[in-house]
Design a protein. Structure first.
Length: 431
């Protein structure tokens, strides 16, 4: 099939000719945007499992074959060789940066790493046990109030500034929210450190005891962030595009992405995975018994970190993270019993017909939590780390839809299944 081909849809005794859309990797979609106008009929696709909400040039996934590429570059190559900052630049602007562009982007990241002193007072308003995702989304939205001139960046010159501000400050806010939860003073960023080590410094340094991240730790976190940087039209990226489609500003749009990411079926899954592994460990439960419970639908237990809407094969990110997990733990000399349980679980599940038939494999969350644990990141910060990693992807999606000349406000339709017309009855006459 090629661009220009059409498909004929028959509804009752009428036929409608609809155009096909063909992507650069041969994916084919039926453009039904004129269907309702032509026929009065809409399509229904609860959960959007079969709906292409846009055409996008950012990320390619082939879930059947386990392929993931950012702007054409295989995830394996980027995870092995790229920095997080150049990956972010690639996602947002479409090309790997030239040395001068990378230097300028790094300079902007460094210059924007402080948050406005007034913003520090916002932290005081949150209760001590506030979830850091609640703080993060609120603070990102509030950041917009401090840069009103950058709220609708139309030109790359302004846009790069806004993108760098958000990417840089999100890590400062994230580390500050962690410090607040500990009752420790916020640590200022260091101009001499690169993106990932700077974040680790703000997380773990104390005024009386500096923390110097090792190369192994910084490298493991670099990989985690790159692997989370984008994943095409997932729940949070679609949320960012949806919110941005109303012409909402970049800050408000990516703050909504943080909220969407918070749920346990999305960005909260790595935390849920470690919780699950910990419970199995603490209760001395046998892995085979746990898998039996998962298969018993009445128990309503899912194997967290397994299964994916798109991947019906091993998630390529999980493959990289499994090895990164082994490497990091052995370099740090850590023996984590949860890793043993996870590996045994994978072995049992992948040999079991329940998982084989449903094509359920480990996803990105299965091993990432164990890496974050080894680095010393507390569990309630796991989704925050995901959000820091995903920020370039959200920014790229906002920009792509914002620059699309044919973009319209996102407004799905529905099939109404409620009451048909009925009439108001005063309260004292109701039975
Ligand atoms: N454990 C046990 N059974 C599962 C699992 C799982 N983790 N995932 C799917 N299934 C089963 C379902 O019960 C269903 O079985 P059925 O056909 O007998 O009813 C079948 O596999 C299909 O599952 P769906 O829920 O229809 O798959 P969907 O695409 O809607 O959900 C999801 C994908 C949410 C990721 C799901 O696999 C899940 O809940 N996994 C655990 C949570 C998780 O790891 N989330 C992280 C996803 S990756 C990310 O967001 C970064």
């Amino acid at each position: 099939m090629k661009a220009g081909d059409t498909v004929v849809l028959r509804i009752g005794d009428k036929s409608y000719t609809l155009p096909l859309v063909v992507g650069t990797e041969g994916e084919v979609g039926i453009d039904i945007s004129s269907l309702r106008a032509l026929s009065g009929v809409i399509t229904v696709d609860e959960g959007y499992g079969n709906t292409g909400s846009c055409q996008s040039a950012i990320t390619f996934i082939n879930g059947e074959k386990g392929i993931l590429r950012y702007r054409g570059y295989p995830i394996e190559e980027l995870a092995e060789r790229a920095t997080f900052v150049e990956t972010a630049y690639l996602l947002i602007f479409g090309e790997l940066p030239l040395p001068t562009h990378l230097g300028e982007f790094r300079r902007l990241l460094s210059e924007n790493e402080f948050i406005h002193e007034d913003m520090r007072h916002h932290f005081e308003g949150f209760p001590p046990n506030a979830h850091p995702m609640a703080i993060l989304s609120a603070m990102i939205n509030a950041l917009g109030a401090y840069q009103p001139v950058l709220l609708q960046p139309e030109e790359d010159e302004h846009f790069i500034d806004a993108a760098a501000r958000i990417m840089s400050k999100v890590r400062t806010v994230a580390a500050a929210s962690y410090k607040k939860s500990l009752g420790q003073p916020m640590i200022y960023p260091r101009y001499d450190l690169q993106y990932v080590p700077n974040f680790l410094h703000m997380m773990f340094s104390k005024p009386n005891r500096p923390y110097e991240p090792t190369q192994e730790v910084a490298d493991a976190l670099r990989r985690v962030l790159i692997l989370h940087a984008d994943h095409e039209q997932n729940c949070s990226a679609s949320t960012v595009r949806m919110v941005g489609s109303s012409q909402a500003n970049l800050y408000a749009s990516v703050a909504s992405g943080v909220c969407a990411l918070w749920g346990p079926l999305h960005g909260g899954a790595n935390q849920a995975t470690v919780n699950m592994l910990q419970q199995i460990h603490d209760s001395d439960m046998n892995v085979d018994d746990f898998i039996r419970q998962v298969k018993d639908k009445s128990a309503k237990i899912r194997l967290m970190g397994f299964g994916h809407r798109v991947y019906k094969n091993y998630d390529p990110r999980a493959k990289i993270l499994k090895k990164a997990c082994d490497d990091l733990l052995s370099k740090l000399g850590i023996h984590d019993p949860l890793l043993d349980i996870a590996k045994r679980m994978e072995e049992v599940a992948l040999a079991d017909s329940y998982f084989v038939e449903r094509r359920l494999y480990p996803n990105v969350d299965f091993y990432s939590g164990i890496i974050l644990r080894a680095i010393g990141i507390p569990m309630n910060m796991f989704p925050v780390l995901f959000a820091i990693g995903r920020m370039p992807g959200w920014i790229a999606h906002w920009r792509e839809s914002h620059l699309n000349p044919s973009a319209r406000i996102h407004r799905p339709r529905q099939i109404y299944v409620g009451h048909t017309e009925r009439h108001y009855i005063p309260v004292n006459e109701r039975s």
